[in-house]
Design a protein around this ligand. Structure first.
Ligand code: APR
Length: 179
């Protein structure tokens, strides 16, 4: 189903590192030097070239690390993709609404994917793992951010945004929002 800005939103249940897409988005941390979850899986399966690119980014533009809500692109290494887009999600805080920072992850990643010339972009459910964001709210923020960015022309030539959900609970959370 094609939505705002001609971008279709697709839900997939599976491992994002097994996806074939122009851009695969990583739920990174600000160090850009790897971690667990999606980050660990992408570096493991994508191979050392990705980390080498991340190190170059740290040495050149991001000496203090990538700020939360921002996005950068590297090679996809051995993944079936042209780029990995690394973005840093906010850690869930009960007493502070960081939704705008989470929305920025999707908006900035989508903008960068469009600038690179990507047609298909695969996202994980950013911040909903180690960073503790409740799945339903994380799904709501994600889908709204993508729809708003696409509707405002912020997706460039991107035609498909694919949310790749690692378990049934996450899939159901996104299904409940996308409808
Ligand atoms: N494919 C798709 N989704 C995955 C995969 C995978 N291979 N592995 C985990 N996930 C899901 C998780 O189940 C969760 O729903 O991705 C979502 C995000 O979880 P995390 O990877 O823990 O990312 P996040 O919550 O944003 O925390 C980021 O964790 O791994 C570290 O270095 C990373 O410090 C950073 C933090």
């Amino acid at each position: 189903m094609t939505g705002p800005g001609g971008v279709s939103i697709v839900l997939v249940r599976g491992d994002i590192t097994a996806q074939s897409a122009d851009a695969i988005v990583n739920a990174a941390n600000s160090s850009l030097l790897g971690g667990g979850g999606v980050d660990g899986a992408i570096h493991r399966r994508g191979g050392p070239e990705i980390l080498a690119d991340c190190r170059r980014l740290r040495a050149s533009h991001y000496g203090k690390g990538l700020p939360t809500g921002r996005a950068v692109a590297t090679t996809a290494g051995r993944l079936d993709a042209r780029w990995v887009i690394h973005t840093v999600g906010p850690v869930w805080q009960r007493d502070e609404d960081r939704s705008e920072l989470l929305a920025s992850c999707y908006r900035e990643s989508l903008r960068l994917a469009g600038e690179l010339g990507a047609r298909t972009v695969a996202f994980p459910a950013i911040s909903t793992g180690v960073y503790g964001w409740p799945l339903e709210d994380g799904a709501r923020v994600a889908v709204r951010a993508v729809r708003e960015a696409a509707g405002a022309g912020g997706a460039g030539g991107v035609e498909e945004v694919r949310f790749v959900l690692f378990d049934d609970e996450a899939y159901r959370a996104f299904e409940g929002v996308v409808g």
